[in-house]
Design a protein around this ligand. Sequence first.
Ligand code: ADP
Length: 251
Amino acid sequence: MIRFSGVVKKFGDHVVLDELDFTVAPGEFVSLIGPSGSGKTTILRLLMTLEKVNGGTIHVGGECLSHVRRGERRVPADEKHLRVMRRRIGMVFQQFNLFPNMNVLRNITEAPVRSLGLAPAEAEQRARELLGLVGLEDKADAHPTRLSGGQQQRVAIARALAMRPDVLLLDEVTSALDPELVADVLRVLRDIATTTDITILCVTHEMQFAQDVSDRVMMFDHGRVLEDAVPEKLFTAPEHERTKEFLRAVI
Ligand code: ADP
């Protein structure tokens, strides 16, 4: 579902991703862990086409993000291609970014109606199902500002899923929450991981969560994958000293 091949990303002279290679299979839940500044968020931003690679290629669902074929030639992707690719990818951020002027239901139906062209009634039915999935069926008419941070984040998750993406990107989705609200959001993500076939790439500091739900965990350091293993292996018998040191510091 996701393939990074020799991906290089620089900001000025600073090489943030250094010939990065990895793949994520359809339906996999992969957590990205590692010290701050190691390039994890940059990976998600590249997938969202919020940044461009300086080298290498990224494929999503077999299609290149940055280039399209024109007959024999490969040319840079136009805005239309980027729009189509972006639709296949949903993202939930640390800050929930709900539309403050719309109720919960409208927050979820807005994009499917506007950009997928779904009939409002169909979008609403789907939104109510998703609110059920995130445990907020009784909040459809509520205003986002009346909800707790954890509830707002669950609406943001429902909103991302409403676009029926192939891939869901989660960037530190519990970091801005009060500790007592974290568990509800993690429970919802666990349900989504186990009941849907969506592919999930999750940047997280919640090591217990990463250990419990991930199919694979990738440990990053300085823009490289230091270790890529099933959670049982990575958390209990890491190979690299740097991974051991990192885990000691965060667990
Ligand atoms: P992580 O998510 O692992 O904390 P990031 O991907 O956010 O790491 O950042 C990796 C490195 O890239 C950091 O050194 C950061 O300062 C740098 N960086 C990220 N975005 C930008 C940007 N827009 N301009 C300049 N440097 C950036």
